[in-house]
Write a protein that binds this ligand. Sequence first.
Ligand code: ZN
Length: 345
Amino acid sequence: MKAVLLTEHGGTDKLHYTTDFPIPTCGPGDILVRIKATSVNRADLVVRNGYPMLTIPMPHILGGDVVGEISEIGSVVKGFSIGDRVLTLPIVSCGECYLCTTKPDQNHLCLNWKYFGMHINGSYAEYCAVPAKNVVLLPESISYEDATAFGVAGLTAYHALYTVAKLEMGETFFIWGGSGGLGTIAVQLAKAAGAIVIATVGKDDKKETIKQLGADYVFNHYTEDIPTEVKKLFPYGIDCIMDYAGTATFPKSFEMLRKGGRMLLCGILTGRETTLSIHQTYLRHLSIHGLYLGTKRELEELLTLAAAKSIKPLIGRVMDLSQAAEAHELMVSGNYLGKIVLTVA
Ligand SMILES: [Zn+2]
């Protein structure tokens, strides 16, 4: 089959496109998905580069968004048909650990979790075998390209805003970096909840697009003093802030939160450690939540919302699977909007 193989950790020169990799075996409880489209997520770059404690067998296949049609069904699997259009929950839970058994509806908390493209082979390929419990039917109205925005980025945004923060009508929501895959969905989800949305971008020419997606205010985080600008608009602070930038933005996020505000942490793009004022945290009744991905129920709810057309992913570029290295370089450059999609012809 076609696949992009990571042969060792490093730069984009370690990604090798092949048309001759073995099709994965479909186990009794699995579904074999003929992938039609996938997308590039920040996590793919992190895995490609490698980090301490990450040990994966090589060659490895990146990619967390498994989107396509069913080509084979395991012997004990029921409820699916060959040819069904599907999307896959990107996190595989063990079903046996303490949290899987005591909180079976919260599979993202599994102690032995595995993520497609990180701990197990992912979606930069023509086929991917996935546990049937992870498979969600894709509504006809959602294209394969659009669906790639929901598995990893969309699910994380939905889980953060709707389940964890419980964002309410009229509240203020702020996100650093509103123009990427996660940001463009988060802006739309926040707007759909009735929030006042403030987003940042790294280039001025992206501002208008993010406003069209629903942001009420858009700032350039490189050229504008964000906390000062936000304070002018909202002197009492922001109700809910989503921060996946990490060390560089955390102190500013902390400063901008209103009393009783919620912070949603879901990334470490600029670093993984910071300092925290315990004093300020309890005096200001702040809530700081860490999260990534979400549950199968949330993924289904997100697809229902999207099918109703209130959420439309912004697809910035569509490239062929064989251009995966170029797609990674594009993400690093920041010269794109929304999702970078890879299609598998
Ligand atoms: Zn588990």
